[in-house]
Ligand binder design. Structure first.
Ligand code: NAP
Length: 493
């Protein structure tokens, strides 16, 4: 295989440029290596690999999908320390995996993708980065959707005098011990950070706009004898992974994608969890969601509700009017004096995709192609953008199972397309009619999905109220749909 540095020396275009060194980009790079596809290079805007797991270092950061499932099937790890591994262990896993597969020399850190233009005559992409241009026959985006922190549009936000930062950009130089800390937001990140901060803060005020549905987590350390068994018997580890996969897959049927009778049963389970943890009926009322379970991401925690009942923690449900130099003022005129603010306010998903400055065939801009809403064939390819592939692109996020399973399906699909390029095809481009057929199919499924019909607003929906982020079915259904690239759906030039 030709390595990237050799190609650069001869100024040859890369066969593949992979953008992002998180789960997706690394999975793609490993599989390219194994398939002998090259030369390729991975560029990464961060100063280290790991993507989400590099960026999100807030106290309590962990994955809410079991580690034996939230890992690459072709890079197994027998000795996960816990059912739900903490961030540092997942990051270490990704680093070890990259090293074991010899990827590190092929990864260029501190290099941000700024845009790319398709060159029809030469059948290649001219890529702009903040470290200079790159040419490549194909681009695989492993940029994901959750890396542009979203800050709330609250008047006076910049006026706050103390430290203020986002969960995805944690300032470890700031000690919050003994401080009056405000946390804004009650999503997946907040419910992990709040119990940790409550332990150290003098006073913690949690500003809740919408209460989340929370299920029991049942996290636990994995015993040494189990780890030893997984090391000795890879089949036992594979069976555990399969058990976890099907356990999560069943949730697609259990009302995680559509409102059904089972939605009510899942809600009853979550209500029992709340009732057991919170004896005070008034606090319980304020923590009870008024929309259907599954409409927003269903959270799991055994420590969040107890944390909210500590004497140094206040749950504030009055809406925020403005931020002042000294804290937060709520609509009812009360002021909440704070030394620091933590924004657990999520990510700007749409911006991530629309900011990709991509110019395809005949000068078509991705932003224009998506003016009526984001959408891609199998969430991977877009008509007008030959040899451009997305991992975790539109409509391929999940609320019920591990996204790593989705990534692996997409990597196989992309490998099929890269295989066609290797066999001499200059350009692989999805046929507009195949893309339209696919989008019609999933939009019909989305019409009565829980995200549309569940009575809430979430980051899953765009400004027009359309869901262009989640896959509306099971992972198995996606596997059937996308795992192999049907070449009849592609124009091979
Ligand atoms: P999020 O789910 O989007 O939650 C953002 C929170 O901020 C919500 O509670 C939201 O309230 C609140 N908020 C936003 N703007 C506000 C405003 N102007 N005033 C008051 N509150 C405001 O973000 P996240 O918790 O970072 O999670 C994002 C995604 O990252 C998750 O859905 C998940 O996919 C992923 N994640 C995964 C894990 C994991 O363990 N696997 C952990 C963390 C994150 P509303 O609900 O009212 O909008």
């Amino acid at each position: 295989m030709i390595e990237a540095s050799d190609a650069a020396a001869r100024s040859e275009p890369l066969a593949v440029l992979i953008v992002g060194a998180g789960f997706s980009g690394l999975a793609m790079a490993i599989r390219c290596r194994q398939a002998g596809i090259g030369p390729f290079r991975v560029i990464e805007k961060g100063d280290g690999i790991g993507g989400t797991w590099h960026d999100n270092t807030y106290p309590g950061a962990a994955c809410d999908v079991p580690s034996h499932l939230y890992s690459l099937s072709f890079a197994p790890k027998a000795d996960w320390s816990r059912m739900y591994a903490p961030q540092a262990e997942i990051l270490a896993y990704l680093r070890e995996t990259a090293e074991r597969h010899g990827l590190m020399p092929l990864i260029q850190l501190g290099t941000a993708f700024q845009g790319a233009t398709w060159d029809e005559a030469r059948a290649l992409w001219h890529v702009e980065t903040d470290r200079g241009p790159i040419t490549a026959r194909a681009i695989v985006s492993g940029m994901g959707g959750l890396h542009h922190p979203a800050y709330p549009d609250i008047p006076g936000r910049d006026a706050f005098a103390g430290p203020a930062f986002h969960t995805a950009a944690w300032d470890h130089a700031v000690s919050l011990a003994g401080k009056r800390v405000g946390v804004i937001g009650t999503g997946a990140s907040a419910i992990q950070v709040v119990p940790e901060l409550a332990e150290v803060a003098g006073q913690l005020t949690l500003f809740q706009r919408t209460p989340p549905w929370i299920m029991p987590k049942n996290d636990h350390a994995i015993a040494e004898r189990i780890k030893a068994r997984y090391r000795r018997l890879p089949l036992a580890r594979r069976l555990e992974r399969a058990r976890l996969f099907w356990l999560h897959e069943v949730r697609a049927l259990l009302g995680f994608t559509k409102v059904s009778k089972l939605t009510g049963q899942a809600e009853a389970l979550a209500r029992r969890h709340l009732a057991k943890a919170v004896p005070d009926p008034e606090l319980r009322r304020r923590l009870t969601p008024n929309y259907r379970l599954g409409c927003k991401r269903v959270l799991i925690s055994d420590t969040y509700y107890p944390a909210l009942q500590r004497p140094n923690v206040t749950l504030e449900t009055g809406s925020i009017a403005r931020i002042t130099p000294g804290g937060v003022t709520t609509q009812d005129g009360r002021t909440h004096d704070l030394d620091a603010i933590v924004y657990a306010t999520g990510f700007d998903v749409t911006a991530t995709f629309t900011r990709m400055n991509l110019v395809g065939r005949d000068g078509l801009r991705l932003a224009d192609a998506w003016a009526g809403g984001m959408g891609a064939y199998q969430g991977i390819t877009v008509a007008g953008f030959p040899n451009y592939f997305m991992l975790l692109g539109p409509n391929t996020g999940l609320g019920h199972n591990s996204v790593v399973a989705m990534i692996e399906v997409q990597v196989q699909h992309v490998l099929d397309c890269l295989g066609a390029l290797r066999r001499g095809t200059r350009a692989v481009e999805v046929r507009p009619e195949a893309q339209a057929r696919f989008l019609d199919r999933i939009r019909a499924r989305l019409a009565d999905s829980i995200w549309q019909a569940g009575g809430c607003r979430s980051w899953y929906l765009d400004a027009q109220g359309r869901n262009a982020t989640l896959w509306p079915d099971s992972v198995m259904a996606y596997r059937r749909s996308a795992r192999r690239a049907r070449m009849a759906d592609y124009r091979l030039g």
